[in-house]
Design a protein around this ligand. Structure first.
Ligand code: SF4
Ligand code: SF4
Length: 413
């Protein structure tokens, strides 16, 4: 029998930036990763020394969305993984030809050409979501506004500040695909955004599903479970559902109505080690150090820095830059991290209780300690979504996530 998923309640710390309006950030240079999507890395189609326009295609891959320059300037360096461009501050843009998007094929091609990927973190190529298999149709379009990681407000600010654009693109997609229902999934404590959604004269376009404030539920499968109260084992489209993140909707709006490729995104810069937390509209490829200095980081207070939220985000290293899936840059202090000493597992079972995928996380630590990493697969490590709930709840600080990542990397090598 399946256990009912209940999730965990986190201190969300959203108040640090929830009322901060989106500001533009202009970097000195960008270092654009060639991996801006799930799948194979893209290949550069430009050369070192070349002058580049903002919005120009700089890297391509047959089955993936294009990668564009996010600023205008000169290409300084091309390496295995990055294209580095120095900003000339001219903001010269590519003049894209305006195309009338009146068929599904044209829509899908434009999403690929304009580099649209899932901006909630997964970076799945969006054009593939709309490539509907024969015999299926989109009955329910679910808009993912469940930004359940602590600190993050990027999606929240997009709803509040870009609401009219979101409506325009939802009307467009609904008509193009003849969709029955649009459901916006949003946590019930996002009061300002909910007020805008509820008071709109366009509210007949969508239903609002107010979600409990639990973590995790931003991942597609948990969101579908929270909204439809059903567990899906395969892809959402097998249930005639497509899920789109709210920032992705805004990127599609810019592609269709403003003829703009995806070159910028809203990022929350927050955490107790940041003196001036903000929500910034940031060019893809912006250096994290430059962003953190702009928001006045207090390095002496930093315990850990993450790209994304502190639960599912990845720790920042010297190569970290803003990519299309980066919704936050978070610097937490030791006090916030709530560090306590590691002790032996007391078999309390709490990690099992909170796991949204019904796994047995303590087994991963057991096999990690015995150096039997291959054995983790017997306990369905492949189903782990790396949400960090097991780590968060463990009363004796067992190295659960360290064990999980070691097992995942072992499997991938
Ligand atoms: S990180 Fe993996 S094992 Fe741990 S709670 Fe999340 S899904 Fe379960
Ligand atoms: S929560 Fe920690 S102590 Fe409890 S069973 Fe899991 S690993 Fe062991």
């Amino acid at each position: 029998m399946n256990r009912k998923y209940i999730g965990i309640h986190l201190k969300d710390k959203k108040q640090l930036t929830e009322n901060k309006k989106i500001e533009n950030f202009i970097p000195k240079r960008v270092k654009i990763s060639l991996k801006q999507h799930i799948g194979t890395k893209a290949f550069p189609i430009v050369k070192e020394g070349e002058e580049i326009l903002c919005g120009q295609v700089i890297a391509i891959e047959n089955f993936s969305p294009n990668i564009h320059s996010s600023i205008s300037g000169k290409i300084e360096k091309i390496t295995e993984g990055f294209i580095e461009i120095k900003n000339d501050y001219e903001e010269n843009k590519v003049e894209n030809k305006k195309i009338k998007i009146d068929t599904i094929n044209k829509f899908i091609n434009l999403l690929k050409e304009y580099g649209i990927v899932g901006m909630g973190g997964a970076m799945f190529p969006t054009y593939k979501k709309f490539n509907i298999p024969n015999g299926k149709k989109i009955e329910n379009l679910v808009i993912n506004a469940a930004e359940c990681e602590p600190y993050l407000n990027a999606d929240n600010r997009v709803i509040i500040e870009k609401y009219n654009s979101i409506i325009k693109i939802l009307e467009f997609i609904k008509k193009l695909f003849n969709i029955k229902h649009i459901i916006i999934g949003i946590e019930k404590n996002r009061h300002e955004a909910i007020k805008i959604l509820e008071n709109s004269n366009k509210k007949k376009l969508y239903k609002i599903k107010k979600l409990k404030t639990i973590y995790p539920q931003g991942a597609e499968k948990q969101l579908i479970q929270s909204i439809f109260n059903k567990e899906i084992k395969t892809l959402p489209i097998d249930e005639n559902i497509v899920v789109l993140n709210i920032s992705t909707c805004y990127a599609i709006y810019n592609a269709i109505f403003n003829n703009k490729p995806l070159t910028k995104r809203v990022v929350t810069i927050s955490g107790e080690a940041i003196k001036e937390p903000k929500n910034l509209l940031v060019p893809i490829g912006t250096d994290i150090k430059e962003l953190l200095e702009y928001c006045k980081i207090n390095e002496s207070k930093v315990y850990k820095k993450f790209l994304g939220g502190p639960m599912m985000g990845v720790e920042i290293d010297k190569n970290s830059t803003i990519i299309k899936g980066t919704n936050g840059v978070i610097a937490i202090s030791k006090k916030e991290a709530n560090i306590y000493p590691e002790k032996e597992c007391i078999s309390c079972g709490r990690c099992v209780d909170v796991c949204p995928m019904n796994l047995i996380p303590l087994k991963y630590v057991e096999y990690y300690r015995r150096n039997q990493l291959g054995k983790m697969n017997e306990y369905e490590l492949n189903k782990c979504i790396k949400c960090g709930c097991c780590q968060y709840i463990c009363p004796v600080n067992q190295p659960l996530m360290k064990a999980i990542w070691t097992g995942v990397n072992y499997k991938n090598n």
